[in-house]
Design a protein around this ligand. Sequence first.
Ligand SMILES: [Mg+2]
Length: 156
Amino acid sequence: MIDVTVPGFGRLALTDLVCDFNGTLARDGKMLDQARLLLPGIARVVDIRIVTGNTFGSASEELRDCPCEVVLLRAKSQARAKKSLVERIGREHVVAIGNGRNDRLMLKTAALGIGVIGDEGLAREAAQACDVITRRIDEALALLLEPRRLIATLRG
Ligand SMILES: [Mg+2]
């Protein structure tokens, strides 16, 4: 669990990560090296679910050795499906990471939403829905391993 109290923002007691795949953890369907390197360490502190429309059909294979659950979504209403997953887990315990417009609802619903610009860019509505924006996935994941950085960014 990640347990951190941010002055003016509140306490974050995070047990679960819900993370978008393409554009966030992967580029053109291929998992990014930094993500592959950092996810095992993240899995020691939170349960990881990776949500994807599987645009490139590669998610299950790319994530085979990753200590996470892969949640495949149907093409229709992915934004609502991602949000529903966060709600089923319990929004107050979830950190969500994403980049696309269809990540906006889960980023807003989760206790902590992190937007990643990455190689595909961060959709405007997703950017407006999250609490923190990072340039790359390794920076987003590092915030979870170094919560003092979160305090510095989010404190009132
Ligand atoms: Mg994406």
